[in-house]
Design a protein around this ligand. Structure first.
Ligand SMILES: *Cc1c(COP(=O)(O)O)cnc(C)c1O
Length: 385
């Protein structure tokens, strides 16, 4: 029996369901943020992130900062790009528009390479773009949560190394880190950013990021100061390094209970090899997608090879809108999300199947959700006839 109050299954693409242990860590007693017990937990958490992102290079720099996933964009824009510099933003949905907007806010010049809805930019066009102009960074959304499109990082990383080796590879992994294949060192990633509430399975409130040694050197050789105060590496790097060395340090107060919860979530996540966790997400995703297909419903990703394993974006039958079906799911204890991509928001719904929902099949949440969708659609069909 769960120690959490009975509640509908939260099956949206983040926040996701949390384990009892993580929930209990959220009610940890009050601690000083500079007292040794908390400093030890924060320090250990930062070190655990090296395992999560799969980096063995001691020059890689982990960050955990109070804020949501969005803060990761500000950290990149304020510290790794200088005003006037060009950034190539690979667009596979809503989140690229927002990242580009954030970059512009700090004076960078984003160029978006847009794919049709349900697709992602292709390597030949990315190569042409990289040859046409010098880009400080390329950003890619690993899983675009608005479309459920998965971008493949390894071939992109190989292309950048070949065509424009100085360009930084920035991965928005907010809906992927901890569940999709992402190997910081092997893929030569410069920034991987995520948030606590998605595939990691912690409540919302933490921006989590790994920055490569190369990107840290780019930061150190900036000509202009960072364009933010709260999001400045200058302020945070010493703090992160001190905490990881188990030394108390202060710039701005960390959310102590959330850090306890992240520590618990990471220990649970890393209790088995990451490859096994990724494989389990792939298995569940394959099952969900084949069941959705059997219901006669289409999915947003045009090519199944471009479909995320953390979520499924499902087109509703012609004429049906999310406000008609979502309450039917809720009545059966299942929370899905509506559409997010502006052009088609009224035509689809999103099913997040990551973290404990995918890892612990005994919870039965996947079949509960599929059955709720099936019977909800049947009910609407019946009412029409
Ligand atoms: C959720 C999400 C974000 C934004 O994260 P917040 O925690 O809502 O600020 C950014 N990128 C992607 C891909 C996301 O899924």
């Amino acid at each position: 029996m769960s120690t959490q109050a009975a509640h509908p299954s939260l099956l949206i693409p983040g926040p996701i369901e949390i384990t009892d242990e993580v929930a209990q860590s959220m009610s940890y007693y009050a601690q000083s943020h500079v007292g040794q017990p908390f400093v030890n937990v924060f320090g250990e958490t930062l070190t655990l992130l090296r395992d999560l992102f799969q980096t063995k290079n001691p020059g890689s720099q982990p960050f955990v900062i109070a804020g949501s996933g969005t803060l990761g964009w500000d950290l990149v824009a304020a510290n790794l790009v200088e005003p006037g510099e060009d950034v190539l933003v690979l667009h596979s949905g809503y989140f690229a528009d927002s990242f580009a907007d954030c970059l512009s806010t700090y004076g960078a010049k984003p160029t978006q390479l847009k794919a049709p809805i349900g697709d992602r930019p292709q390597l030949p066009e990315i190569e042409a773009a990289l040859k046409a102009k010098k880009y400080k960074a390329v950003t890619v959304t690993h899983v675009d949560t608005s479309t459920g499109v998965l971008s493949h990082i390894q071939p992109l990383a190989d292309l950048i190394r070949k065509v424009s080796p100085d360009t930084l590879l920035v991965v928005d992994g907010v809906c992927s880190v901890g569940a999709e294949e992402l190997h910081f060192d092997n893929m030569a990633i410069d920034v991987a950013l995520t948030a606590s509430q998605k595939a990691i399975g912690c409540p919302p409130g933490l921006s989590i990021m790994m920055v490569s040694e190369k990107a840290m050197n780019v930061f150190k050789s900036r000509k202009s100061p960072p364009g933010s105060y709260y999001a400045s590496f200058k302020n945070w790097v010493p703090i992160m390094q001190n905490y990881e060395a188990k030394k108390p340090s202060y710039f701005a107060t960390p959310p102590t209970q959330l850090v306890q919860a992240l520590n618990t979530a990471l220990k649970q996540l890393l209790s088995q090899p990451i490859a096994a966790r990724v494989a389990q997400h792939q298995k569940i995703s394959k099952y969900v997608k084949s069941e959705i297909m059997k219901m006669g419903l289409k999915q947003l990703p045009i090519d199944p090879a471009n479909a995320a394993n953390t979520m499924t974006a499902i087109y509703l039958p012609e004429g049906l809108t999310p406000p008609e079906i979502l309450p039917k799911l809720m009545a059966q204890g299942v929370v899905f999300a509506g559409g997010l991509h502006k052009e088609i928001a009224a035509r689809y719904i999103r099913f997040g199947h990551m973290g404990v929902t995918a890892m612990d099949e005994s919870r039965g949440e996947i079949d509960k959700a599929l059955n709720a969708l099936k019977s909800g659609l049947a009910e609407i069909e019946k009412a029409k006839n």
